[in-house]
Design a protein around this ligand. Structure first.
Ligand SMILES: [Zn+2]
Ligand SMILES: [Zn+2]
Length: 298
């Protein structure tokens, strides 16, 4: 029985946690909280819950111990993912939103296909936002002058829930512009875009966690934890894959998809000969200094 539960639990985690996060967010909104506040509160609870669960049901027992970077990871989360992404999002909404309004006023109609069913509009956001992230992410691995801002995210020797938001301020500032610039420019309603941002954010937390979460055949649609672990592999034959955010579609189309089934898992994650400093300020300054890490994709 215990063995059965251990085998079944990883498959239950994905539907339970995703529906729990999404459900809680909409429940708080139904109580009158703003979408941003509801989503923010649930995200903090989601990270805390996964942080506890990954100690209990780890994907890899050698990733349970501390790497001494937890405070830096939280710092990059607050500074990069919090301030950086929020400012990037505000800038895109302001600039591209103004262009969308101007275009709609001059044409007499908006460019976004608002006549489509809500679900189809959400699908369109998934396709466009994921394409934007795929292009940004692939370029960041391809060119050294961009890689230096992405290296911080890969400079890890274990996966864990706090690694999700360990990203450089500059990367996180430009990420919403790449992902949502075109969508806002076309005039997509905020409530449609929210259906991408919120569930995809919970998915990102699971993707970086050391929680044993398995998505089974959904791995041909969703960029899940096992797929993203391969992207973090120190072996670049595995690491130059799975660049998408929520979906594996663009990886499948552009030939960079690597399926982890049945048991393909990286020997080690991180960067070979990693030269990332260990201090928070030094990590932020690293991309601007003369000494740079090598580009991941030669
Ligand atoms: Zn990457
Ligand atoms: Zn990652």
């Amino acid at each position: 029985m215990a063995l059965f539960a251990r085998k079944l639990l990883p498959y239950l985690m994905f539907p339970l946690l995703m529906s729990g996060g999404i459900g809680m967010t909409f429940w708080l909104m139904s109580l009158g909280q703003s979408p941003l506040k509801a989503f923010g509160l649930v995200s903090i609870g989601f990270v805390a819950l996964v942080f506890m669960l990954e100690k209990w049901l780890p994907a890899r027992s050698d990733w349970v111990a501390s790497d001494g970077q937890e405070l830096n990871d939280i710092g990059h989360g607050l500074f990069g993912t919090g301030l950086g992404a929020v400012s990037g999002e505000a800038l895109s909404s302001w600039v591209f939103g103004a262009i969308a309004l101007w275009t709609a006023a001059h044409l007499g109609y908006g460019l976004w296909p608002s006549q489509l069913a809500f679900g189809l509009q959400v699908v369109l956001v998934y396709l466009l936002a994921d394409l934007g992230r795929y292009i940004q992410h692939r370029l960041m691995h391809r060119y050294e002058f961009l890689w230096r801002y992405h290296a911080l995210h890969h400079s890890v020797n274990k996966m864990g829930v706090l690694k999700n938001s360990r990203s450089h301020f500059v990367e996180r500032f430009f990420q919403p512009i790449c992902m949502f610039g075109l969508i806002i420019l076309l005039g997509a309603p905020a409530e449609v875009v929210f259906w991408y941002i919120m569930p995809n954010s919970f998915l990102g937390i699971l993707d970086h966690s050391n929680l044993d979460v398995r998505i089974g055949p959904l791995s041909y649609l969703v960029n899940g934890p096992a797929e993203h672990r391969l992207h973090h592999s120190r072996d670049l034959k595995e690491g130059n894959s799975n660049f998408g955010s929520a979906l594996v579609l663009w990886d499948l189309i552009f030939g960079t998809y690597l399926n982890p089934r049945p048991h393909l898992t990286p020997q080690a994650v991180g960067i070979e000969n990693d030269s990332m400093p260990t201090g928070f300020a030094a990590q932020l300054a690293e991309p601007f200094l003369a000494h740079k890490p090598e580009a991941a994709e030669a």
